[in-house]
Design a protein around this ligand. Sequence first.
Ligand code: GDP
Length: 424
Amino acid sequence: KQSRTNDIRTENSPLQIFVKAKKKINDIFLEIDDYVDDTVRFIDSLKDDHKIIAQEEVQKVEAYKDKVQGIRYVLKRDHMKVAFFGRTSNGKSTVINAMLRDKILPSGIGHTTNCFLQVEGSDGEEPYLITEGSDIKQPVQSVGQLGHALCKEKLCESNLVRIFWPKSKCLLLRDDVVFVDSPGVDVTPNLDEWIDKHCLDADVFVLVANAESTLMLAEKNFFHKVSTKLSKPNIFILNNRWDASASEPEFLDELDEQKEVRAQHQDRAVDFLARELRVYNTKDAEERVFFVSAKETLQARLKEQKGESAHSGALAEGFQNRYFEFQDFERKFEECISKSAVKTKFEQHTQRGKHISTEIRQTLNEILDRTQKMKAEQMNAQKEVRDKLNFTEQQLILLTQEMKDKIHRMVEDVEQRVSKALNE
Ligand code: GDP
């Protein structure tokens, strides 16, 4: 039943836009690869023949082979990347765990993320990690052990640790989403290095804010910097820990207060996205702000996996709304990342693929034109020879006739003379 539910989820997921586009563009490049291969083989076979093909043409087409292979290599590895930022302890790791439906990243006091952590899917069944500058696969048995492994490594804050988690355990990883957790933006980061190293190829940024306080300057500064380096980055703002703010409104005025707090956070977040960063208009910015509880969502999902009700993971009143809002965020996030990744990752490759096939077709057309011209020239030359032969033949016929007549006449003449001499 679980696998059927997963299948339905996979079919309906907006991530399929990317997954299907990736499959298609990989198939197309396989065809282009075959096409280039055929062309190289064909041109090679004609190389020494009657100077039909110039050496530069052979080299040009052979160079496309390497280019196509290079693109295919990149395409196979292309993924959708989402990066999470925010102050320490706002719940970045918990949000990622909730989305992955598993406790993968260590979270909580003593487990401050002190470097960049990237979670990506692997084909094997055992999780492992690779630290920056090394290619040793370190096995990861548990979250605790992962936390420990990260602590004992001497890692600099902008270093990257890649965690490979079995795709079979998580749909998002299977669909090629890669998650990046960052150290808190409050840890005096070297923003330029962070952005250059980890953000330039990110399709979506998620700012994990704390619903119990307002957006901090450190958080805002980071995104100001991002939007100077990337044109119109896709940003979502999660007001996390909404369970704490929304806790048990016993009286009507408490409920009103809660609504007011929400409206204030919402206005400030929209203002930040639309007026300060200018990445969205006000209406679109409203669609990018969510009030969630990552901890609760994760708990609910873990309970559900055990066959218990999601509600048994609730932390406070109003669970259902927060749970729906988290799912709503995920849906919009999936749509956004999928479309953005198709555009940023595949558009350029599509142009290159078109360029290569057009260039090859043009080269083949030039060769075809040239051979047709050569054939016509040969036919002309042959015609001249034929005409000459015909003429010679005619001449010969005429000549032979003339000779015959001449000899005949000579013979007659000789005969006459002989008989005349005899008579005399
Ligand atoms: P990070 O430093 O931003 O990665 O934050 P963590 O994910 O490590 O979370 C810090 C602490 O906040 C942990 O103890 C989490 O359990 C807790 N936490 C995270 N999200 C929530 C939430 O939505 N509600 C509550 N009540 N606690 C949360």
